[in-house]
Design a binder for this molecule. Structure first.
Ligand SMILES: [Mg+2]
Length: 234
């Protein structure tokens, strides 16, 4: 007998390829704003500094040290400060462009669409994501992921962000599911895995970079293809 009735997926970096989509957007911004004319800045430097700074700010957000709005406000000024480039006159429009364009990029994590298609007839599937309603909806629509999910629970909608138990409880209540018949699938050990564990939900840790850890997870996979072995009994 099937163990789960409801599958809850994280979105960014579990299904939607945040990194690849951000790189494509940043390269477009580099050209649009003619950053190549500012000193000897290359698009590689710009992209690398974006990920360093953005990762740092998201890390602070996950530890609740800063608000999400601060990430948006501070990342581009900080990136250019660190690159030693004077770009104060374009940072605002650059940020707006990034927010507007990157969610429309459609790249998915390898095998995401295939596995969702295969799981669709066996499970009720939903998203639990720390993000804004409008942005996450744009990502789902433009990437074609929207067709697979019944409910999309964002932190904005739940008024709580993973790993806060509130967002998981809100999701379970919204779809009328029990924790015992649900599983959370995500790439973040703290927000997705520990968060789900805290409300008694089993977890599948998607660990493509094979990071080492000592958390006791229900299942661990390095590629989305492996979900078929766990969820489709093949
Ligand atoms: Mg994620």
């Amino acid at each position: 007998m099937k163990k789960y009735k409801h599958l809850f997926f994280d979105l960014d970096e579990t299904l939607w390829d945040y990194k690849a989509n951000a790189v494509d957007t940043l390269i477009e911004l580099f050209e649009k704003f003619e950053l190549g004319t500012k000193g000897d800045l290359t698009s590689d430097d710009f992209v690398a500094e974006f990920f360093r700074t953005n990762g740092e700010l998201w890390g602070k957000f996950d530890k609740r040290q800063i608000e999400k709005d601060q990430i948006r406000r501070e990342r581009f000024p900080l990136i250019f400060e660190r690159l030693g480039v004077d770009a104060h006159e374009i940072v605002d429009s650059m940020q707006k462009c990034f927010i507007h364009e990157s969610p429309k990029k459609p790249k998915l994590i390898d095998y995401a669409a295939e596995i969702l298609q295969a799981l669709l007839k066996h499970y009720n599937m939903h998203i639990i994501t720390n993000g804004f309603e409008e942005i996450q909806a744009t990502k789902l629509k433009y990437s074609g992921l929207d067709i697979y999910f019944q409910e999309v629970i964002t932190s904005e909608r739940a008024h709580a962000q993973k790993p806060d138990p509130e967002i998981f409880l809100f999701a379970l209540k919204t779809v009328n599911a029990k924790a015992s018949e649900s599983v959370m699938i995500g790439d973040n050990l703290v927000t997705d895995i520990q968060g789900a564990r805290n409300v008694g939900m089993e977890q599948i840790f998607f660990n493509p970079c094979k990071i080492t850890h000592d958390l006791d997870v229900t299942h661990e996979i390095n590629h989305l293809f492996e979900l078929s072995g766990i969820l489709l009994n093949v």
